[in-house]
Design a binder for this molecule. Structure first.
Ligand code: PMP
Length: 304
């Protein structure tokens, strides 16, 4: 990943990809205290466009606020950096990774002289779980790891350290031959995937967990809006794993995962074991929106 051509926006300048380095004593590397975003740009008829850029940047600043980190740039500057990262790398579609982290100015939990650094990288990245998974759906395992308790880790922050829990869950699920993990909260209710929000369909109604211990996903919000516009009811409620077992359909949403159907949980097939009709409808609408083919929601696209 580090050894490739391209440019990375680093503290206000575009630097060659291979030279975008930091010291081994970088504070965030040691303690995980950093914030980041995952953003996508898609090719539209009017060229590449970043999807919901402003919303992602707002969440980045909210995450930093939760951690007590002051980002030394304005949202407009980081928006411009993201546009530049796509444009200067001549990408037609991209995954973007803005991140803010503490530097190597000090060490230890009490370090008080730390600078906040920012990067934006962008590269071509296809379907997160593979093209086939978008059509066929994935196999998921309920994780033995709970999602963060609200008073242990701040779940509304997209914080670097939070992803240790995600990776443990994902490793376990993959070790059992599954594609993704479903994490429950500390009370045993469905929270989210390792990097996705969760939805299920039962009797024509869509259900999704409340955001207590899940990230406030931008794709989740998009899907709720699109479902609403189609007249499909969406209810936020606590969901148990056995409710998922008997659901008609289930799917994950995320910037990387887009809208990925879940065809199996813990060896039980969900619905008829393939992409359900409501999932397919929302998935199609989602791709229409992000690729600028939908008559509405042009306001979500930032053209390069
Ligand atoms: N939950 C977690 C833990 C995530 O990492 C992500 C990906 N950012 C999501 C949910 C989905 O969020 P979004 O739709 O904003 O990408």
């Amino acid at each position: 990943m580090a050894d490739r051509d391209g440019l990375i926006w680093y503290d206000g300048e575009m630097v060659p990809w291979r030279e975008a380095k930091t010291h081994v004593l970088t504070h965030t590397l040691h303690y995980g205290m950093g914030v980041f975003e995952g953003v996508r740009a898609y090719l539209t008829d009017r060229g590449p466009a970043i999807f919901r850029l402003g919303d992602h940047t707002r969440r980045l600043f909210r995450s930093a606020h939760i951690l007590g980190m002051t980002i030394p740039y304005t949202p407009d500057e980081l928006n411009a950096a993201q546009v530049a990262a796509v444009r200067d790398n001549k990408l037609t579609s991209a995954y973007l990774r803005p991140m803010c982290f503490f530097g190597a100015e000090g060490m230890g939990l009490r370090a008080d002289n730390l600078k906040v650094h920012a990067i934006v990288a962008a590269w071509e990245w296809g379907a997160y779980l593979g093209d086939e998974s978008l059509e066929r759906g994935i196999r998921v395992k309920t994780s033995s790891y709970s999602r963060h308790h609200v008073n242990v880790t701040m779940c509304k922050a997209k914080a670097n350290g939070n992803y240790m829990n995600s990776m443990m869950a994902l490793q376990e699920a993959q070790g059992c031959g599954c594609d993704e993990a479903l994490l429950l909260d500390t009370e045993g209710y469905v929270a989210e995937g390792s990097g996705e929000n969760f939805f299920m369909v039962y009797d024509g109604v869509i259900y999704t967990p409340e955001l207590t211990s899940a990230l406030d996903g931008i794709t989740r919000r998009t899907i709720i809006t699109l479902a609403d516009e189609c007249g499909i009811e969406v209810r936020e409620k606590r969901i148990t794993r056995d409710e998922v077992y008997v659901a008609d359909e289930a799917f994950f949403t995320g910037t990387a995962a887009e809208v990925t159907p879940i065809r199996e949980l813990d060896g039980r097939s969900i619905g008829n074991g393939s992409r359900g009709s409501i999932t397919e409808k929302l998935q199609t609408l989602y791709f229409d929106v992000v690729k600028g083919r939908h008559p509405k929601h042009d306001e979500w696209l930032t053209y390069i």
